[in-house]
Design a protein around this ligand. Sequence first.
Ligand SMILES: Cc1ncc(COP(=O)(O)O)c(C=O)c1O
Length: 335
Amino acid sequence: MIDGKPSRTCAEKHDTVPVGWRRDAAMVSRMAGIDTLAWFDGEIRNLQEIRVSPLAHALHYGTGAFEGIRCYRQASGRGGVFRLREHMERLSTSCRILGVSIPYDTVTLCEATLETLRANSFDAAYIRPLVFMGEGAMGVAGGDNPIHTLIAVWQWGSYLGDDGMKHGIKTLITSYERTTGNAAPIRGKLTGQYIQSFMAKRQVRALGIDEGLLIDRDGYLSEATGENLFVVVDGTIFTAPDSSPILHGITRDTVLTIAADLKIPVRLERFGRSELYRADEAFLSGTAAEITPVRAVDDRTLRVSPGPVTKAIQSTYLELVRGNGPRATEWITEV
Ligand SMILES: Cc1ncc(COP(=O)(O)O)c(C=O)c1O
C-alpha cells in the first residue's frame, strides 16, 4: 500500500519536512527496498544491480513509455495476468506516438513478463514495463540513442488504501488542467507527461486528500492523476468520452464491458463540477487503483459510498481479475 502511514524510521528521518510530504518520503524509502528479479534488455537481472547512465535521455527529457499491469492469484493457485496483451499493445502504441522504435514485439514482451513473474515465484504482483531512451546524443531531439526495456515486478497492495477500497476516498478538483492534444500526445502513456499528475497528486496529498481530479481545457472533468473517473446519476454511469483528453484506460474499458454485461446504462459524455457535486455515486478505475469508490469531492460528501452501482462494478471486477466471470478466459494469461 503506498498511501499508508510512514514507518517510525521514515517519520523520524523526515521530521523537518511539512506533514503532507512525509507519506511521500516514506513511500520512496519503502519502494527503494524493492529487490526483485527484473527483465532488462532481454535478460533476467537483479533489479538493484541494473545500472542506467545519469545521462540517459529519458532522465532529462521524459522520453519514455510505460505500463502498469497486475497479476492476481487465481483459484487454481497459479498467477494470472489481467489483460496482458492489451497492456503490451498500448505500450507499443505509446512508443509509436513517442516516435521511438521499441526493440521487442508484443509477443516477446508478454513472454518476458511471464518469465519475470516465474523467476520471482510471484502469483500476485504489480508489473511495470518501461521503455526509455538511453545515453547518446544529449540534445532535446536525441539521436540514435539506445532504447532500453525494463519489466520490473513487485508486490503491491491497494494503491489508494484498503480503507479507500471499502469506504471510498476523498478527492479534490485541482486547478491543474489535463493536457490536450496540441500540448502533448495525450493517448500515449509517456513518462514526461506525468509531471502534471505528479504536481496535482503532491498538492492534494499535502492537503490530506487522497486523489486529485483534473479538468480539461473547457472546464469539464477529465480524469484523476492515475485513474479514469465515473459518476453515477439515477442509476446511469457517466464517464468522459473517448474524444476527451483522457488515457484510454484498460480498466475503463473493462468497466464499460462489465456495465454492459450487468445491463447498467452508460453514457459517454463530458460532465462538469455540478454533475459531480450532485452525483449519487462516483468511482475511479485503474490497474493500480482497481475500482475505488469516491466518498467526497472538494468539501462535499457524496450521497453513498460505495453506492450500489459502484459496489456491483467493483465486486464483479475483483472476481473477474481472479478468474471468475465469462470473460476471464479471454482476458487472463496464466503465469
Ligand atoms: C492518467 C491515467 N488515467 C487513467 C489510467 C488508468 O489506466 P488503466 O486502467 O489502463 O490502468 C492511468 C493508469 O495507467 C493513468 O495514469
